[in-house]
Design a protein around this ligand. Sequence first.
Ligand SMILES: [Zn+2]
Ligand SMILES: [Zn+2]
Length: 292
Amino acid sequence: MESVFRTTGRWLRGNLHTHTKESDGRVEVAEAINKYKEAGYDFLAVTDHRKTVDTTDFTTPGFLTIPSIELNGRDPQSNFIYHVVGIGVTPFEQEDREWIGPCQEMIDKVRAGGGVAILAHPYWSGNDVNDLMNLRDVCAMEVYNATCMRHGKERGEVYWDSLLERGKMIWGVAVDDTHHYDIDVAAGWVMVKAAELSTSAILAALQAGRFYATNGPAIVDIEYDAQEIRVHCSPVTQVRFIGRRGSGRSVIAQPGSEITAARVKLPRSPYVRVECVDRQGRTAWSQPIHIG
Ligand SMILES: [Zn+2]
Ligand SMILES: [Zn+2]
């Protein structure tokens, strides 16, 4: 797998989960989009519940809006609720009868509409890992969902690792899931390496895992050879190399200091993913890298 940090292209900052007054967000579409423009974002997916809002008029040469949606459903057999975000879909609305049905139906609907499917906040939803294992065509899951902090359930690493442990390769995204525009904006985002600022280039990068997730720190480089794996990042207090089961290792800065690089012996694992954690606990999450 080619390293995202060594491929050509531009780093683009985006939020993949946003609500407006078109569903249960607190501001109108125009204001929502302006907040992200002002915050220096390159792209935004407005993902109102159950309908795609037309945001094409807000796209400018330096700011891209991607037609998107959040589908809500409940599996009648397991009784679990599932939220699926569809990025880059042909605009549609979710019918009332489609509220009830397995998660796979929502994913299939996103895929049929040409979009990329992301499993939203599995921890907040209380999803079951065994159910998630059976899902097909899911590009990513939210490893960080800022608005779920209200319920103490913003981080979903254990779900992610449980899937990776069992061989399900799935990418991780960080998102705002913006509802409250005073505190949710710019709380979790993705840095995508894409050839250009266009929907097709961003969708291709998401599918290929050419991005990382963060709510603060930046990952500058990750490289590895047969012996070791090395990371460069913005100043952090801890770099975690996470592999399967007991493999992997953390590199921790001396008390009161920070590090911008770390290296460890290559873990005995089919994959490794990297977390760079700063003084405030903010984290950058790399995608899992196949090393086995
Ligand atoms: Zn949701
Ligand atoms: Zn949402």
